[in-house]
Ligand binder design. Structure first.
Ligand SMILES: [Zn+2]
Length: 294
């Protein structure tokens, strides 16, 4: 299968240093493999979204020279795909209705292993049943071998919330398969979601892509920059300094981009010299490694 990668931001704010690193890293790996790079907007959680953010993220990506090889997909327009997958999981018995409340779950340490609710809710959550002892192992291209005992550490996990919103895990698995994504490259904050996604792929009879989890950009205290850290925007009107810093953070030879005078030249030099094996598993705990280019 030819390589097809993707970058899939949630429109909860402007792109920050961590999301730019994920965009650049996923784009470089796709280009290095002679493959495609698709952009998908993960806008399934309206309460967390910021008006206009998706458009600004796409404009920022264009400013850095990152153009999707396919029309940009919006998850908010793909409900029928998620419903179809959920119906299949319910029909096969892999998924079930859960009427448990937060209080019920808290009594079980937050990990769902069996329904304990003594009353029914008008609209239950839907969960994937995780059999006792279920353990998932996979080999991450950057982070190395990974193992998670899903039953004990995560439990039966939500596919559709009681408020009707689709869970990230279901939407991302359905979309990656529907779009023929072969390689998922994203931040290491999603490393521990991957076993759940592999379980879902198996339950739906879908292929498992290759995974590569990039190091997280952390602040001076070693905390990861999240989408809620609005204090650190990335501006595309002067992209070269930011791209050079992201290149360094990806473990690449800084001399490669030192002489580039324009964006096209920099990206051409980057894709020609990119060495995936140099990507580090983690970055030093300093937010100043990738300051804002304004
Ligand atoms: Zn339950």
């Amino acid at each position: 299968m030819p390589y097809r990668g993707r970058f899939a931001p949630s429109p909860t704010g402007d792109l920050h240093a961590g999301s730019l690193l994920a965009a650049f890293g996923s784009w470089l790996l796709a280009r290095r493999a002679g493959g495609e790079w698709w952009v998908r907007i993960e806008d399934l959680d309206p309460p967390r979204e910021v008006a206009g953010a998706a458009g600004r993220q796409l404009a920022t990506l264009r400013g850095f020279g990152f153009e999707s090889d396919a029309p940009v997909a919006f998850q908010s327009q793909r409900h029928a795909l998620y419903q179809d997958a959920l119906d299949r999981l319910l029909a096969s018995g892999a998924a079930f209705e859960c009427h448990c409340s937060r209080t019920d779950l808290a009594a079980a340490g937050g990990i769902h292993r069996r329904c304990v609710a003594d009353s029914r809710r008008p609209q239950p959550a839907i969960r994937l049943r995780v059999a006792d002892g279920t353990t998932i192992t996979f080999d991450d291209r950057i982070q190395g071998p990974q193992t998670q005992e899903v039953a004990g550490t995560v439990g039966d996990f939500v596919l559709r919330r009681a408020d009707g919103l689709w869970a990230y895990q279901l939407a991302v698995v359905v979309d990656d398969a529907a779009q023929g994504i072969t390689d998922v490259v994203r931040g290491a904050d999603l490393l521990d979601s991957t076993p759940r996604q592999i379980l879902l792929q198996r339950a739906l009879g879908l292929p498992t892509p290759t995974y590569a989890h990039l190091p997280l950009v952390t602040d001076a205290r070693g905390r990861k920059l999240s989408k809620s850290d609005v204090a650190w925007p990335v501006h595309a009107d002067d992209p070269l300094p930011t791209l050079r810093l992201a290149w360094d953070a990806l473990g690449q030879d800084p001399r490669v981009l030192a002489d580039a005078g324009d964006l096209a030249g920099l990206l051409a030099a980057a894709r020609a010299a990119f060495a995936p094996d140099r990507i580090p598993r983690a970055l030093p705990a300093t937010g100043s490694a990738m300051p804002v280019a304004t």
